[in-house]
Design a protein around this ligand. Structure first.
Ligand code: 5GP
Ligand code: MG
Length: 173
């Protein structure tokens, strides 16, 4: 496997889009405050850049899910890290690196909904709508991409490449 020579999404393109997403999120929640749940590990850079541009007060917490692609179609998701911040009656914004099949986000939404939030929205930097097997959709999407595997800006392949400031396609050699 090797990285595409040119990034699919440059540092500058990501920064511009994150700024636009922050304006949209802030505009939709003028009253604040927001409980931002960053989904570990892939969304750390995105969540960090996003929250620093929000103009509403924020509580930042983390959630981590591990999904198992079983032989049965549903798959299953286990929560490895649960947020410590109370969720009840809070306006929650889930911040994801990428929505692929949507299984992880669907499971997170089920769990968060069960905690009784006042509202729940999803913000994903990257979306691969052609891969979806659930009816989950994000309220805020940075970039729609086709069915290809991307790394960088937090996203990994076997724990590599998270540190890259831009997003690249991982290609077969
Ligand atoms: P899901 O299929 O549940 O929507 O996505 C599960 C997880 O698979 C994502 O949160 C992400 O960690 C990983 N994933 C899906 N597509 C990609 C991709 O193109 N690149 C990387 N690095 N991870 C991906
Ligand atoms: Mg992820």
């Amino acid at each position: 496997m090797k990285l595409s020579g040119q990034p699919l999404l440059s540092e500058e393109a990501i920064a511009r889009r994150v700024h636009e997403l922050a304006e949209a999120v802030s505009g939709d929640h003028p009253e604040g405050p927001l409980l931002v749940l960053a989904v570990l590990k892939g969304s750390v850079h995105f969540a960090s850049d996003l929250v620093r541009q929000l103009s509403v007060p924020v509580t930042l917490d983390f959630i981590r899910a591990k999904s198992y692609q079983g032989t049965h179609s549903g798959g299953s998701v286990e929560l490895l890290v649960k947020p410590t911040a109370p969720i009840r009656d809070q306006q929650v914004l889930v911040v994801e690196d990428i929505l692929d099949t949507g299984r992880t986000a669907a499971a997170l939404v089920d769990w968060i909904e069960a905690q009784g939030p006042a509202g729940l929205k999803i913000c994903t930097l990257v979306d691969k709508p052609s891969r979806r097997v659930t009816d989950i959709r994000a309220d805020y999407v940075g970039f729609d991409i086709k069915d290809q595997f991307v790394v960088g800006y937090g996203m990994d392949y076997d724990e590599q490449y998270r540190e890259l400031p831009a997003i690249y396609v991982l290609e077969r050699e």
